[in-house]
Design a protein around this ligand. Structure first.
Ligand code: SF4
Length: 376
């Protein structure tokens, strides 16, 4: 196993994996392949585990965890040189895939900002980006062989990628549609919106996170209501008439006014731009590897109360009442629990599933925090 979770809390799945590649996987791939070849050649499972555990960037639970505790210091790969000889884009473009015929281009890893709830800055290493020439070369090669109708730009924040203007120009020139994995409001440019609209899109997704400006700034999203209005009005003028807004509730220090301000902000957007709004509202989950990791998860009672207030407030917007998508309370509790699973809970969950018990073991945040301290 590998991927995003391995940067944040690999222990969540440690009870069910033979091995977990920690962080940027490409550097250890040769070692993994050699070990698996030896296993295929008949060296046996214990020897496979032993070989894999020679590498500090591979967690091998059967070897590295004794009595529920890590017995080896491990390292999460966070410094891969993206301009090295590694894949730049997705390997598959097919209607049968999750992204259809969109070619995913990875531009950047890590983030130079420091939003208090976000795992990116601490867990994924310092901001690294691919040179424009590297992306361009990969694009030339693939478009020479295949029809690429759409490119999905994979970055923590597209507007922070330093070569975005050149890249978007090149994609437009090649008549390739563009979509962005993430759009930070304060970095939205006319060029980005024009590229989206030119690809046939009429909606964008942005994340004010909360209604209150001071709390929003405290989260790391340092933009005012006026700036949000300015950017959305620009988007409207360029053909974007639907907006999905991400908000969180239960943020540390959140007041009733902050929750009420969400409705005020939506009211202003609708009045000043005429856009239709869909709100995705999610309870704040304190995650490992974030400045707010020790903060309180507000729990079901508070979530329910806040949801009720938001629903009531939003109904007062009579014209173009925003549509609400509220994350399920159970789902939020599950997310919080899983975020802090250690080996013991992971094992217990596997046992429950095997014996048909539909119950989630409680996480032990204190203990998992200590264990995660052994990953460099
Ligand atoms: S929320 Fe976005 S801008 Fe903030 S740290 Fe995370 S990736 Fe960076």
């Amino acid at each position: 196993m590998g991927g995003a979770l391995s940067y944040i809390n690999p222990l969540t799945v440690s009870g069910v994996c033979d091995f977990i590649i920690l962080g940027d996987g490409m550097e250890v791939m040769d070692h993994v392949i050699e070990s698996l070849r030896a296993y295929e050649g008949g060296c046996g499972r214990n020897e496979l585990w032993r070989r894999l555990s020679e590498n500090p960037c591979i967690l091998v639970p059967p070897v590295d965890i004794k009595d529920g505790k890590l017995v080896r210091d491990l390292k999460i790969g966070r410094s891969l040189d993206l301009n090295g000889p590694y894949p730049v884009h997705s390997a598959w473009m097919t209607e049968r895939g999750a992204f259809g015929r969109t070619l995913l281009l990875e531009l950047q890893r890590g983030c130079a900002r420091s939003c208090s709830y976000c795992t990116l800055p601490q867990c994924f290493g310092k901001m690294r980006w691919r040179k424009f020439e590297v992306i361009e070369e990969a694009l030339e090669k693939i478009t020479a062989r295949f029809d690429v109708p759409q490119a999905g730009l994979v970055t923590p924040e597209a507007g922070d990628y330093p070569f975005l203007p050149q890249l978007v120009d090149r994609l437009i020139e090649k008549k390739i549609g563009v979509s962005f994995a993430s759009l930070r409001l304060d970095r939205l440019s006319e060029q980005m919106i024009t590229a989206l609209a030119g690809s046939g899109r009429h909606s964008i997704t942005v994340a004010p996170e909360t209604g209150g400006e001071a709390l929003r700034f405290g989260c790391g999203k340092k933009f005012t209501d006026d700036l949000i209005l300015e950017k959305l009005a620009m988007a409207k003028n360029l053909g974007i008439d639907r907006v999905k807004l991400y908000f969180m509730i239960g943020l540390p220090g959140e007041s009733e006014e902050d929750v009420a301000a969400m409705t005020g902000l939506c009211r202003r957007i609708i009045a000043e731009t005429g856009q239709s709004l869909t709100l995705s509202i999610n309870p704040f989950i304190p995650k490992p590897g974030t400045p707010w990791k020790d903060e309180i998860f507000c729990g079901k009672h508070t979530i329910r109360q806040k949801y009720e207030k938001i629903k009531k407030d939003m109904r007062t917007i009579v014209k173009k009442t925003p549509q609400l998508r509220l994350t399920g309370i159970k789902e939020a509790e599950t997310e919080f629990n899983l975020a802090w699973y250690g080996y013991n809970e992971s094992r217990k969950l596997a046992e429950y599933i095997e014996s048909g018990i539909t119950k989630l073991p409680e996480s032990d945040r204190e203990r998992t925090r200590t264990e995660l301290g052994r990953f460099m």
